[in-house]
Design a protein around this ligand. Structure first.
Ligand SMILES: Cc1ncc(COP(=O)(O)O)c(C=O)c1O
Length: 331
């Protein structure tokens, strides 16, 4: 498994397996803090990195859908070490680094945030993030738990040609079983126990059942190379949704990349958490139920990303597009 991950994701020289995405991001943050000997981290509002205390602050996903972007039970002292910034805002990043010189251990980001719907980075934004992290001695952590192996074998970092210091993975690399992993430059990973002083371990980490399922999934992805086909199908869905909205005179944004897309009833492009929340969630709910009644099951929240799967073939997508168009017309 480690050999496959290292081969597919060039920024990862060494990898540590764990049991969930939450464990992966939690441990990557601890490693960044241990390696840099700094305490503060930056995350972005709406990015969800699992449910560890440092990261469940202004998170998206289910926490947002149910109206609790912050969780009870997180000590204020923990939250104090987490700086939350808007995504796609280079000036806010600069200001945060300037306000906390030599204090920021790392920046964790979903490079294509997908837990408030799907938000795509403005041109140059991720590159600027890389530049600022390097200039300030902070580690750049790409959370590719969702995007890893979904958009490309090398994740968003392959598409955007950016080398993070650490990467977190999960979901697909377990082939359906519980999994997480984090990895990066050997020089950083060597700080992990038992070689280094940053503790991390787990009874079920790297268990043979999950590894067998994950290896099978990654081998299949290598054999089949589903990504060009998923991109075509994703564009087809985006085109159909936008055409139906135009016909109906409804404002709609459909950010899409590969197999991922989101449906925002919003007149303006969604560039961050605040603009995502300005979308019409009630209209989304009516659209969702219109699709469900007709046989298309979208994610049941205005703030979730929809995924196509390798199991979706052309005729299924043709039919889904037709049904979503009908649901639009019925709004
Ligand atoms: C980007 C991202 N990071 C981390 C996690 C947490 O992973 P897990 O649910 O396996 O703990 C998720 C889960 O959806 C996620 O989307």
């Amino acid at each position: 498994m480690a050999e496959l991950i290292v081969r597919f994701v060039p920024s990862i020289q060494k990898v540590r397996m764990c049991n969930s995405g939450t464990e992966a991001t939690m441990s990557a943050i601890r490693l960044a803090r241990g390696f840099t000997k700094r305490d503060k981290i930056i995350k972005f509002s709406g990015c969800y990195h699992g449910h560890s205390d440092s990261l469940l602050i202004k998170a998206g996903s289910g926490a947002l859908t149910h109206g609790h972007p912050d969780s009870a039970g997180i000590p204020a002292a923990f939250a104090h070490e987490t700086i939350v910034l808007p995504f796609n805002d280079g000036l806010a990043l600069e200001a945060a680094f300037a306000a906390h010189p030599h204090k920021i251990a790392g920046v964790i980001v979903e490079p294509y945030p997908a837990n408030v719907g799907l938000i795509l980075p403005a041109p140059g934004y991720l590159q600027y993030l890389r530049t600022l992290c390097t200039a300030n001695g902070a580690l750049l952590i790409f959370d590719e738990v969702m995007t890893g192996f979904r958009l490309a074998r090398g994740g968003v970092q392959e598409i955007e040609k950016i080398t993070p210091d650490l990467t977190t993975l999960g979901k697909i690399i377990g082939g359906g079983l519980p999994v997480g992993a984090f990895g990066g430059r050997a020089e950083i990973m060597d700080w992990l126990a038992p070689l280094g002083p940053v503790y991390q371990a787990g009874t079920l980490s790297g268990n043979p059942l999950t590894m067998a399922a994950g290896i099978a999934a990654l081998n299949l992805l290598e054999e089949v190379d589903p990504y060009p086909r998923l991109e075509r199908l994703g564009r087809q869905v985006q085109g159909a949704l936008l055409a139906a909205a135009r016909q109906k005179g409804l404002p709609l944004q459909v950010p899409q990349v590969g197999s991922m897309f989101a449906v925002f009833f919003n007149a303006k492009p969604v560039r961050d958490y605040a603009t995502a929340l300005r979308s019409d969630a009630k209209l989304f709910a009516r659209f969702f139920h219109g699709c469900l009644e007709r046989g298309v099951y979208l994610p049941p929240s205005a703030y979730e990303t929809a995924f196509l799967s390798t199991a979706h073939e052309g005729p299924a997508i043709d039919r889904a597009c037709q049904i979503m168009t009908e649901a639009f017309n019925a709004l």
